[in-house]
Design a protein around this ligand. Structure first.
Ligand SMILES: NC(=O)c1ccc[n+]([C@@H]2O[C@H](COP(=O)([O-])OP(=O)(O)OC[C@H]3O[C@@H](n4cnc5c(N)ncnc54)[C@H](OP(=O)(O)O)[C@@H]3O)[C@@H](O)[C@H]2O)c1
Length: 394
């Protein structure tokens, strides 16, 4: 694109305002916001009212607008906006991981059919550049695993528990008061947000396209005070880990809380930060860390996508094209720590091996290896009296 890019923005909340702010502070990109579509016309805005509309067609049908930037909180409306924009052959930038994870096949088809780019770097780890790196830099490397802390809210809660001696409820309340957790925190706390991001990463890393239900997610909401005490005694902390990895010709993936040793790289990722460990057969371990939430941090990734559109960048989905012949399979053994109240002990036969059982008046746990497929199918996993964490060897 030769002239200034004209942007039609949907959403002027945390990320929309962050984008506005970073766009006004950077000189390197020739882009201007022509219109912003919001939901509530009566809300006080810091900008002139003429910039705002509640009529999405005013943006989607404007021939002067080149790029649609979708930054709204709703999923169905976001998909309708993105799909219409692509059909109108307008390039799209989005940060909406849930919408992308739930509609990935249609979004791939629309990009192909209308030959129009759709970029979504900010959807995965906010400020950390992941997707373009996986597409371009790691194109020829033999990626073996990607593991990380992909959710800022849960990482804030867990950091607060371990750094400031809080219990789970206190830490959640503080995170909500500071705006790091939603009033309804279940998407974050139950591991769904991290799972949506992992699903997107899986496509760009290994060429594997999944539905959200294919990936096991076990959040941090069932972690008990006794589990936290156990972690402290072992000089470890608890982190919510999202992992996808290659094992021979298959790839497995999951989101689970894990004990992490003090010396582990991911232990350096605190509060609202995200961290990503990428392992390749030749590049070996590489570590990315950055803010996983926040207006300016996320806005900077959105701006980077807008900038990439100025040189006609689009995802080629290289790993899909390369036909790596990798199959997705949850047939993979994990070492887990399972704590339970009396009467809720999981059946021993579900485990391939059990290396420790501790039963006392106030704390019961076992440590064993279990197949990820078995975890996904077992009813006891959903018992609120049980909590499951990956061990440090998990
Ligand atoms: N916050 C972060 O740090 C972060 C990080 C990475 C990715 N994301 C993603 O970025 C997106 C936006 O998040 P956010 O935190 O900025 O949300 P937010 O603060 O809740 O703001 C949402 C904005 O979307 C507008 N909106 C909602 N439904 C709409 C509709 N149907 N039509 C038009 N506008 C609509 C709202 O309008 P009103 O102003 O009128 O209410 C508001 O301006 C989400 O997909 C989120 O998952 C957020």
């Amino acid at each position: 694109m030769k002239r200034n890019i004209r942007l039609g923005v949907f959403g002027f909340g945390c990320v929309g305002q962050g984008l506005y702010s970073v766009l006004n502070q950077t000189r390197g990109i020739r882009a201007e916001i022509k219109k912003i579509c919001i939901k509530h016309p009566d809300k006080q805005r810091p900008l002139d009212a003429s910039l705002f509309t509640t009529n999405r067609d005013e943006i989607l049908n404007d021939p002067e607008i080149d790029v649609i930037v979708e930054l709204i909180s709703e999923v169905d409306a976001a998909y309708e906006i993105v799909a219409t924009a692509l059909k109108n052959r307008k390039a799209v930038v989005s940060a909406n991981k849930k919408m992308i994870a739930e509609h990935f096949p249609e979004l791939l088809r629309l990009q192909q059919q209308y030959q129009t780019p759709f970029l979504y770097e900010a959807s995965c780890c906010a400020s950390i550049p992941v997707l373009r790196n996986l597409e371009e830099y790691y194109d020829n490397d033999l990626l073996t695993s990607i593991e990380g802390i992909l959710n800022g809210s849960t990482n804030y809660i867990l950091s607060h528990i371990f750094e400031n001696n809080k219990n789970f409820d206190e830490a959640l309340k503080d995170a909500q008061q500071l705006g790091y957790a939603e009033a309804d925190p279940s998407l974050d706390v139950d591991g769904y947000d991290a799972k949506y991001k992992l699903l997107i990463i899986l496509l760009h890393a290994f060429g594997i396209l999944l539905k959200p239900a294919d990936i096991f997610n076990y959040g941090i909401g069932r972690i008990k005070d006794a589990d936290i005490r156990y972690a402290r005694e072992k000089n470890a902390r608890i982190r919510l880990i999202a992992r996808c990895a290659k094992s021979n010709s298959h790839v497995y993936a999951y989101v689970m809380p894990a004990f992490v040793q003090q010396a582990d790289t991911l232990n350096k990722v605190n509060y609202e930060y995200n961290g990503l460990l990428i392992e390749g057969a030749f590049s070996e371990h590489q570590f990315f860390m950055g803010k996983g939430a926040g207006g300016n941090a996320t806005g900077s990734a959105v701006l980077s996508d807008i900038s990439a559109l100025t040189y006609d960048y689009r995802y080629e989905y290289k790993k899909l094209q390369q036909q790596l012949n990798l199959a997705y399979s949850c047939n993979h053994l994990l070492e887990v720590f399972v704590s339970y109240v009396p009467g809720a002990k999981p059946p021993c036969e579900d485990f391939s091996s059990i290396s420790a059982v501790h039963e006392s008046v106030d704390f019961n746990y076992l440590i064993g290896t279990i197949n990820l497929e078995k975890l996904m199918q077992s009813a006891w996993v959903n018992n609120p009296s049980v909590s499951i964490l990956l061990t440090c060897n998990g």
